[in-house]
Structure formats: C-alpha cells, structure tokens
Ligand binder design. Structure first.
Ligand code: SOE
Length: 378
C-alpha cells in the first residue's frame, strides 16, 4: 500500500522546532504507517537561520511569514513551536484554513486565550494536539496502565516537582530569542505555565480532575535588563511556584516548580501513593519506573526498579532489543506516531487542545490563588 503524504509546515526553529522535526523524520523509520510526513516548509523571522534550519532538517523551503504556510496547498498540518504569544493567532488561522494543528505547550498564555483556540479547532473539526510529551515516556505510560488496572487501589497522594536552576544569575537578561520565557508579555507566566503545566497535564491524565488549589509564587529577581530594549525592566514572571491540590478522587497533592534549585537542570519527578501500591518516576532516570507493592510476600517486599526496555513495555517493541534504553527525544516520536495512528483510525488521542485548556485553567487558578492568598475552585 502506498503511503499518503502529509505535508508539514513548522513555525519556529528553536529547541522545540528541533524536537518536533526529529519526530517527523524518525516516525516513518520506527512507526511506519499509512501516513508519510513530508517536511515542506519552516517559517521564522530570521531568513538566513530559517534557511539553515530547513537545510539541516530537510524542509523543502523556508519562509519568513508563517501566513505563507497557512495558505500553501501542499501543507496539511501546521506545527507551532514558536513563543507562547504567537500560539493563538497561528492556531486559529490554521484551523480556519482547514489545516490540522499541533501546538507546543502551554496551549495559551491564559485559559481565555486557549479557549479561543479550542473554539477554532472544534468549529473547523480539524485534528489537534498539544505537545505535552512526558505523557509518552514509556515508564509514565506503564504507570497509567497500572493505575487504570486498579493495582494501586484507592489513591491517597500525588506529588510532583519540576526543578531547574538556569535563571539564578541576576545578570541574565529577559526577552529575545532563547530568553522570551522570562518576559511575561510573551510567555504569559514563569514556571507555572512552563514547568508546572507539564506536571499538571500528566497528573490530570493519571489521576483525574483537580477540584481546588492553593498556591504561592515568588519572583526572586525583580528587575532584569530586556534584551531587545536594553532597558532595566520589572520582571513579571513567577520564578518559583508551589501549590496544594485536592483531586476529585479525594487524593491530596503537592506540586512544585522552580528555576532556582541550584544543581537541578530538569528534575521532573512524580510519585503516587495508593492503598495497595506506590509508583515513583524521575525524568533523569526516565527509563525506570519504581514500584512498591504491599501485596508482595512480606519477606521480599520492597521498592522494585523496573527497567522499561522489554518488548511488552509501551512503545518498546518499535526500538532496540530488551535491555537497551531510549531517551527524551523518543517521547516526541511517540507522540507524533500516536497522532498519525489516530488519523488512520479516525480517533486522534490526547492531549487535545481541550486537554491543553484544562491545564491552562489550573495554571490560571494557581496564579490567581497565589495573588489572592485564597483557595481557588477549578
Ligand atoms: C524550559 O527550560 C523547558 O525547555 C520547557 O520549556 C520544556 O517544556 C521542558 O520540557 C524542559 O524545560
């Protein structure tokens, strides 16, 4: 059977543009299916760099205006990997033009913005997905399977952290390429939308809806030079954010994210404690799932460390042989492979734009709670 070609137009060539492009290229090798991704064009403001990126990753052409991608008849899918303030305008234009839309997280800078994006894709009826890639770590998928099979029993606690340390220096400017995450007008928020959003997306998927939150945030460095204006400007993002939550299933949760945890570069950890068993996962050891099962024979009971590399583990039969592990970039490959399989079967899996909106609603509630110092219903 000959493959159906799926023309891709990518907006943005930063770190995420690379992770997505790598996924587009790898999927046909490891997850062959009915659709064959064709890398048509990349759009970004800097013409020379867009051209270099296109040559390096195999895009047929480079544009400086993303609108050219939207109007191109050979492009079926728009992938948004540009800064957060551009997501809504591009996604809405793409949906209105009948293109499929993939969008980097967080979906919008606020839930209100995300909501306009959900309306657009749902009105147009176009397939859509948000790149919350940690849902596609094989160990995290195994955790989901174990929870859904009821092996943990009643869930009492959910605990998640995402720790980094790259903004501690007060000399680091805000704004501009590579540093737009520090400029609140572009990013929408600091670690709440950038890091906690990952923890929240995974938590909603694994443990169901959150009923209420109470939060605190802090901006440790209050003023930074802006890279584009050269002026010292107030910092509007949250540098650290922590919140307590109650899930609808009655479990209690703690979430924490910061860019000020000296020594931690991207330490995403999550732990779930149930009546019968507990699970623990750590991004720095992403190919392992730790499990404690109270039903094990007493003398042998203890935390086991499952090396997720066997062919009966999620996604692993597509990769190497048992014992050989995979890494971060594979999560994006899995997500795009699932997207294409969903197109084939007629049911694209989440996280959809509507799921992305659910996460944005929680991050909004977290920021509102930190400001008002009150519990917020979600
Ligand atoms: C921030 O440093 C960042 O790149 C996030 O934007 C990503 O979403 C996260 O996966 C890794 O850290």
């Amino acid at each position: 059977m000959s493959a159906k070609q799926l023309g891709i137009g990518l907006v943005g060539y930063g770190f995420m543009g690379r992770t997505h492009s790598n996924a587009f290229r790898r999927v046909p090798n490891f997850f062959p299916g009915v659709y064959e991704p064709v890398l048509i064009a990349v759009a970004a403001r800097n013409e020379a760099r867009a051209r270099d990126f296109a040559a390096q990753w195999g895009y047929q052409r480079a544009e400086t205006d993303w609108r050219k991608l939207i109007s191109a008849p050979d492009i079926d899918l728009i992938d948004i990997a540009s800064p957060n303030d551009t997501h809504a305008e591009i996604a809405i234009a793409a949906a209105e033009a009948g293109k499929m839309v993939l969008c980097e997280k967080p979906l919008g800078r606020t839930a209100a913005e995300a909501s306009t994006m959900v309306d657009a894709v749902e009105k147009a009826g176009v397939p859509n997905m948000v790149w919350y890639n940690y849902r596609r770590v094989p160990a995290v998928v195994l955790a989901k399977q174990l929870i859904d099979e009821g092996r943990l029993g009643r869930i009492f606690h959910y605990r998640a952290k995402f720790l980094q340390d790259w903004t501690i220096s007060k000399d680091l400017p805000q704004g501009g390429e590579g540093l737009w995450r520090l400029d609140v007008s572009i990013s929408g928020s600091g670690v709440t939308g950038d890091l906690l959003a990952h923890c929240i997306d995974t938590a909603l998927w694994l443990n169901g809806p959150i009923d209420e939150v109470t939060a605190m945030t802090e901006t440790f460095v209050k003023e930074r030079k802006h890279s584009l204006t050269g002026q010292i400007q107030q910092v509007g993002i949250d540098d650290a954010s922590a919140f307590l939550a109650r899930f609808a299933n009655g479990s209690l949760a703690t979430f924490e994210a910061t860019r000020y945890a000296r020594g931690h570069k991207a330490l995403y950890t999550l732990e779930i404690n149930g009546e019968s068993a507990s699970l623990f996962w750590d991004l720095h050891d992403l190919h392992r799932l730790q499990m404690f099962d109270h039903r094990d024979e007493g003398r042998l009971r203890g935390w086991r460390s499952i090396h997720i590399t066997d062919s009966d583990h999620p996604y692993m039969k597509h990769w190497w042989v048992p014992g050989l592990q995979i890494g971060y970039e594979h999560t994006f490959v899995h997500q795009f492979a699932d997207f294409l399989e969903g197109l084939e079967s007629g049911s694209v899996p989440g996280p959809s734009f509507r799921d992305g909106l659910a996460t944005d609603r929680i991050t909004d509630a977290v920021l509102a709670s930190a400001k008002s110092k009150t519990w917020q219903s979600c």
